[in-house]
Design a protein. Structure first.
Length: 294
């Protein structure tokens, strides 16, 4: 028999940690199982029904499961026809660039993360998507470094598959102006913060304010925003930016590679998520306390 454990995620009113909150039960003398409040998975404190109703709860992947992978759960196929980037983001050293080191015996350009094209996989079979699922054509690189003819070849194949959804991502949305994207594409930018000061220490990519303005002016309707790795931000400004961008979804998560970035406290992040949920779909990735809160 499969036992289903009812639980939620939220900030425990006792230990103040983001925790799994489990439904608690007790048995009467005749063996009947009745609800008896809730229990915090972190501190095991009993949480009353009243406390649970007041508690700030959040929809997110279970923290116990999120340690397994921090890839976009909606991405059902990483179709790396194009690979490479020169933005030299700190977090990529331990993620995308580290993954490409496995390709040393297959492709030296992948190994060195030099922008290049793989036409041999352009016509491979691609799975159908449903709901929020997508195929990610250039998941291991930034298309702003791609030759236009490479991206045009990818778009030609995408137009042949109107029943599938595809996802493009960049830290330089000015490159999106070079192409005509079909309606089965979602355009995404990484926007980790609204703050420009000190960003050059983290990445060579265009400053967040530059990205915001360029993406705001782009007429394509199907937009998405990735706030990952989440950096310190100004709540009112970042929320206002996203309202103006009108994304159909937002992905948000903390750094998963222990890069010790300037992160916001967890409580502030939860407020941001709740504000964003008022006008768009929010997909929570890795959510934890800031490294300096531990």
């Amino acid at each position: 028999m499969k036992i289903i454990v009812l639980h939620w995620h939220g900030t425990c009113p006792h230990c103040r940690q983001l925790s799994c909150i489990y439904a608690d039960f007790y048995r009467t003398e005749n063996g009947t199982k009745l609800p008896s409040g809730f229990e915090c998975g972190s501190c095991q404190a009993h949480i009353t029904d009243e406390e649970f109703e007041k508690m700030q709860r959040i929809e997110m992947p279970c923290p116990k499961e999120s340690k397994k992978s921090h890839m976009y759960r909606d991405s059902i196929k990483q179709w790396n026809v194009y690979v490479g980037c020169h933005f030299d983001c700190i977090c990529c050293e331990k993620s995308f660039k580290a993954q490409m080191k496995r390709q040393k015996n297959r492709c030296i350009l992948c190994y060195n993360y030099i922008p290049h094209f793989h036409p041999e996989i352009l016509d491979i079979s691609l799975p159908k998507t449903k709901g929020d699922e997508f195929i990610w054509p250039c998941s291991s690189g930034d298309i702003s470094f791609a030759k236009p003819e490479w991206i045009e070849a990818i778009l030609t194949r995408i137009r042949q598959l109107p029943d599938r959804t595809f996802f493009f991502q960049t830290k330089n949305p000015n490159c999106y102006y070079l192409y005509g994207f079909p309606n089965n594409v979602i355009l995404d930018i990484t926007l980790e913060t609204n703050q420009d000061d000190g960003y050059w220490l983290i990445s060579k990519a265009p400053l967040p304010s530059v990205r915001f303005k360029a993406f705001l002016e782009h007429p394509f309707r199907r937009k998405s925003i990735t706030i990952e790795p989440l950096l310190e931000f100004d709540l009112d400004i970042l929320v206002d930016w996203l309202k103006q961008l009108k994304p159909e979804r937002v992905y948000i998560g903390y750094d998963s590679k222990n890069c010790y970035l300037p992160e916001p406290e967890l409580a502030k992040t939860i407020i941001l998520i709740e504000e964003l949920k008022k006008f768009t779909k929010v997909k929570v990735k890795l959510l934890r306390k800031a490294w300096w809160e531990e």
